[in-house]
Ligand binder design. Structure first.
Ligand code: OOG
Ligand code: NI
Length: 456
């Protein structure tokens, strides 16, 4: 049973997120430069955009902004996925969403581990995009067997981390001493290894099949491959990156720039070219990169369908994958097509395109006597106001773009296989949570609170 001497999972996640960031900063100096640039830009935006500052104040996001990060790892086996799910659960993180990357030629499927309740997210929004290699997509059977054997031999969790996971499961939590140790032990799973577990020739074979396969199979663990801070103005950070010695990819993934940001916009910088040691020789590998993102309002199923439709229309008209050469044309087409997506929160709400959080206003609290009896009336009367509910998840097309830009000139072909959520969930040992239900629940809780406060 969970007792009061147990540290809250939210605090463990917060501590872990900080420890991970410190580790990555020490390992990848450009990440530190990026954090500084993002912090500087966010401070400038907040100083000039008072509406946005007020919005983030009211939603509470302002407090989480400077520690907000997501990372990504790639796992090799079902059992690694099942265990990482238990490890993340100790920190209050659950698998949300299912992403199939095979249409973009990346042989993985993925989920995002994150906190699910708005109060927990407020404490620490740390998320990890977690991919599982689909070994069945290696056509060469001998190579597949080799990869399987290499993965079966490794154990990516320290014995002490395993013991603490079990203890947390049995006791319902960890006390503060054990929580601190858990953070240190869990961190080991995500650490970079300069030594590969395979020979140079084996690495080459794996890499020839797909660079990502080598990245997963040739190492002792699933090194964290990026950590992404959240910026309030991605175009501004993108423009200033070269001045700090950071070269971003040509195209910002996701929706175009708007007055009222929707979903998620992301851009990354190229992976580091790192020296590694094979079992028989020296070599090089690139896996670790940097990324920034700007988050906007979460969309309802109807809003998401409109987003997907407009994105596909723009991409179809471009007639090629967005790249350096066609980046200007792509951004024109995106701007054109997205004119069909209303760019003010009122219209988005009226048309049922986005999720919101509702708040009782000072005026609402002060008002005496008769009140409107429903939400629309209360909003009309100024007793209730709304703020966009921030999108906490990822986008498969964007993720594919990020994967590809960091795998170099990886083939942009379709594997021609289907998404296999059932198989992913079988490996995970549980179902993934539908993110749309989470947004709807958060929205409803905020409505209930307003109605209870004002109409009770
Ligand atoms: C993950 C790429 C996806 C994002 O933010 O969409 C991602 C990876 O390269 O392992 O991180
Ligand atoms: Ni990312």
């Amino acid at each position: 049973m969970s007792t009061s001497r147990h540290v809250s999972p939210d605090d463990i996640r917060k501590g872990f997120s900080k420890a991970m960031s410190d580790m990555y900063r020490a390992e990848v100096p450009l990440y530190g430069a990026l954090l500084d640039l993002v912090a500087e830009t966010n401070a400038q935006v907040l100083a000039t955009d008072t509406d946005l500052a007020r919005q983030l104040q009211r939603s509470g996001e302002i407090q989480r902004l400077d520690r907000e990060r997501h990372g990504a790892i790639r796992l090799g086996t079902a059992s690694e996925l099942a265990t990482i799910s238990r490890l993340f659960a100790v920190m209050g993180m659950q698998p949300v969403g299912y992403y199939d990357l095979t249409p973009a030629g990346v042989p993985v499927h993925s989920t995002a581990f994150r906190a699910v309740h708005e109060n927990a997210l407020q404490n620490s929004p740390f998320r990890v995009f977690t991919s599982l290699l689909r070994l069945e997509l290696i056509e060469n059977l001998e190579l597949r067997a080799f990869a399987q054997a290499a993965l079966d031999q490794r154990s990516i969790f320290t014995p002490r981390a395993m013991a603490l996971i079990e203890q947390a499961e049995t006791d319902g939590g960890l006390d503060s001493h054990d929580a601190d140790e858990f953070i240190l032990q869990a961190l080991e799973t995500f650490r970079w290894h300069h030594t590969a577990t395979v020979s140079a020739a084996q690495y080459q074979q794996l890499s020839d099949q797909h660079r990502l396969i080598a990245d997963v199979v040739a190492f002792r663990g699933p090194h964290i491959n990026h950590l992404t801070p959240r910026t309030l103005d991605i175009d501004r950070v993108q423009a200033e990156m070269p001045g700090k010695g950071i070269t971003p990819k040509a195209v910002i993934e996701g929706p175009p720039r708007r007055q009222c940001p929707i979903l998620l916009r992301q851009t990354s910088f190229k992976a580091l070219d790192e020296v590694i040691t094979f079992t028989d020789a020296q070599g090089r590998h690139s896996a670790r990169f940097g990324e920034i993102e700007q988050r906007g309002v979460a969309l309802t199923p109807k809003g998401r369908a409109l987003y997907d439709h407009l994105l596909n229309a723009a991409r179809d008209e471009l007639g090629a994958f967005p790249n350096e050469a066609n980046a200007g044309r792509y951004s024109e087409l995106m701007a054109q097509h997205f004119q069909a997506f209303p760019d003010d929160y009122r219209s988005m709400r009226e048309q049922g395109l986005a999720f919101f959080r509702y708040f009782v206003t000072d005026q609402g609290r002060a008002a005496q006597g008769q009140r409107p009896r429903n939400l629309d009336g209360l909003i009309e009367a100024g007793h209730v106001d709304l703020e966009p509910l921030v999108y906490e998840d990822f986008l498969p097309v964007s993720a594919a773009g990020i994967f590809q830009s960091n795998l170099g000139d990886a083939t942009q072909s379709d594997y021609g296989v289907n998404a296999n959520q059932a198989e992913f969930e079988h490996a995970l040992g549980r179902q993934t949570i539908d993110e749309l239900t989470l947004y709807a629940d958060t929205q409803q809780r905020s409505i209930d609170t307003c109605l209870k406060t004002l109409l009770a």
